[in-house]
Design a protein around this ligand. Sequence first.
Ligand code: 9MR
Length: 370
Amino acid sequence: MKKTIYLCLSVGFLFSNTSYSQKDETSLKTTYEKDFLIGTALGIEHIYEKDAKANQLIKREFNAITPENIMKSQIIHPEFNHYSFEASDKFVEFGQKNKMFIVGHTLVWHSQLPAFVSKINSADSLRLFMTEHIKAVAGRYAGKINSWDVVNEALEEDGTLRKSVFLNKLGEGYIKEAFDLAAKADPKAELYYNDYNIEQPAKRKGAIELIKKLQASGTKINGVGIQGHWSINSENLKDIEDAIVEFSQLGIKVAFTELDYTVLPNPWDLKGADVNQRFEENPKMNPYKESLPDSVQNRLAERYENLFKVFLKHKDKISRVTFWGVNDSHSWLNGWPIKNRTNYPLLFDRGFEPKKAYLSIMKLKSKPTN
Ligand code: 9MR
């Protein structure tokens, strides 16, 4: 497979007698620079520049960064009166030093909350936590973070509001409160609502209602983040295209904020599966432990190619496309929804080399029409 990629790269465009990683001039970010930002999510090891190959790849290929975990409230705000800013300071410094677009992820999320929040009983105390949190975190990086995922995953699959601790205690107004607090704490940052599956019709409708309500009440919202955790086994391009068009009709930008394609079977794909089946121990659930067959590599490449064709068609509406991880070994999909699997959802393999999917996206731009 690698051989084929190198061959295509060198014959197809630019490269001669050398592996891709030795060349600097062409990359995702330069190839797509007139279209939209190309981002990646950084783990703590990337922020501290622990691995030279990863570091080189991040700087070469991407012009936007999102912290995969270190700005989540559980980590950055472990106790009511205590914040832990060391890693997030380093993350922002990394972005600034490399002139990257810096995304903050995320201010209000029902998941990964600090332990003390579960002990909060009153609405007033929860509101105080949310207010202080946004003021402290967004305030600290005011003028440095370019875009905040202000509220993350506030919707159920049917488009109604998620019955989170925030909704239950503060009512639906908490979303507006969060956006207003963020706008006040960092007036320059772009503010996004971020969620998964909001390309799907019912949830999309809920997101549109949510955004329209914010807009009608005079709240600042610049964009919507469609996360993009998808599978090579399901087709959803029409939903994606409809979502881009409908969200942009609200006068906001559309970003793809956490893109990846799982290539592995998931428990919910297996119709008629025995509910007592122990997926963790079933080798059928981890079929590509040693390597990825060409047929699957090709399908992944085709998925990315078709997706980026849609992105290019609507590039005027899209602000950023961020991959949820740097390379395959880093991806959260090796551990979810089943632990200890070998997944291949991204554009760079475990040796940080570009996969066929990378080539398929780069090739799209080598055509004169783009
Ligand atoms: O990739 C993240 C993983 O390392 C964490 O364990 C997990 C829980 O904090 O969050 C993952 O990232 C999520 C993101 O923050 C929000 N959208 C869904 C992502 C995948 O779960």
